[in-house]
Design a protein around this ligand. Structure first.
Ligand code: NAP
Length: 323
């Protein structure tokens, strides 16, 4: 992957994205003020790419942190690359802009750098972001995502977002958008779970062939949030193969896991609310894994996702992951 001096990569619409991004999702049990503080530290350390979402419920705090760093002269708004995500209860085309405008209001921004469809599974519109029936099952909605995409294109045309993309899309769902009659803009990227246990090589090859970037989340093996992750799954950063490679380079397993994605041409996200780790993770640009070690990490693949998508089973847009 070609970076410029600011570690940015050009997307298919000509805009640039910093190759490593700071993630702002944290479970409800974590105080939102921690997210605000960590966002400030991430900017101080040098990260310029911040990944948020309407449903994370932290856009007010993240926005405040960014504005504080603008006011103290650390950055300008144009130095920051902020990604927002369309909530699943807003897939109906007439609702897309209202989700975006609510995010902009919370963030106190005039525009987002990137706006992506969070999940290709539509939920019943309304104030409840996770609408459930009496059996605790999500209440789905059926929306043609090609119409949702047209509403995303309109947000770009209105100048409210610079770039548009998708998340958690499989090849079939990407093809549905790419083959849409009258397509105005291609998605610039597809943000998906990706780490050494879930290499996503088929999806990566497809995206590369269409000039769409792949962006990895849970690149460090997720936060192991009980709500989404089966606690019996192996801990990525404790894997002995990753550990041995990390030792060889005198770096941490986390840094090796991040570097692995960059060398595959993947934009990579991580979350840390710890200053020491935020500083450490910035070293991802300071070393290079050999071809042999890249192949060894490739060999760790188990086609296994951490995020349990069971709540979405039964929706016609499934399955999400390409085997
Ligand atoms: P992750 O990046 O895989 O991070 C997992 C954990 O690693 C963090 O809780 C962090 O703990 C720890 N960590 C960070 N740096 C470390 C280091 N150097 N050494 C050891 N441990 C380290 O987790 P994630 O939050 O699941 O994914 C990242 C971001 O991707 C999210 O925040 C979100 O923005 C995005 N995401 C998107 C979707 C989607 O559907 N589009 C889904 C999931 C995530 P500490 O905080 O204690 O340092």
């Amino acid at each position: 992957m070609e970076f410029d001096k600011d570690h940015c990569i050009k997307m298919n619409d000509g805009n640039k994205i910093p190759a490593v991004g700071f993630g702002t999702y944290s479970p409800d049990a974590v105080q939102k003020s921690k997210c605000e503080e960590a966002t400030k530290v991430a900017i101080e350390v040098g990260f310029r790419h911040i990944d948020g979402a309407f449903v994370y419920g932290t856009e007010e705090e993240v926005g405040r942190a960014i504005h504080e760093k603008i006011e103290d002269g650390t950055v300008k708004r144009e130095d920051i690359f902020y990604t927002g995500k369309l909530g699943s209860t807003f897939h109906r085309p007439e609702l897309v802009r209202s989700c975006l405008e609510q995010s902009l209001k919370k963030l106190k921004f005039d525009y987002l750098d990137l706006f992506i469809i969070h999940i290709p599974v539509s939920l019943k519109p309304g104030p409840d972001l996770s609408p459930m029936d009496e059996n605790g099952k999500l209440i789905f909605d059926i929306v043609d995502l090609r119409q949702t995409w047209e509403a995303m294109e309109a947000c770009k045309d209105a100048g409210l977002v610079k770039s548009i993309g998708v998340s958690n899309f499989n090849i079939r769902q990407l093809e549905m958008i790419l083959n849409k009659p009258g397509l105005k803009y291609k998605p610039v990227l597809n943000q998906v779970e990706c780490h050494p246990y879930l290499k996503q090589s088929k999806l990566l090859a497809f995206c590369k062939s269409k000039d769409i970037l792949l962006e990895a989340y849970c690149a460090l093996g997720s936060q192991r949030d009980k709500m989404w992750v089966d606690q019996s799954t192996p801990v990525l950063l404790e894997d002995p193969v990753l550990g041995a490679i990390a030792k060889k380079y005198n770096r941490s397993p986390a840094l090796v896991a991040l570097r692995y994605q960059l060398q595959r041409g993947i934009v990579v996200l991580f979350k840390s609310f710890t200053r020491k780790r935020l500083e450490e993770n910035f070293q991802v640009f300071d070393f290079q894994l050999s071809e042999e070690d890249m192949k060894t990490i490739d060999g760790m693949n188990k086609n296994r996702s951490y995020v349990n998508l069971e709540p979405f089973f039964g929706h016609p847009q499934f399955p999400i992951i390409d085997e």
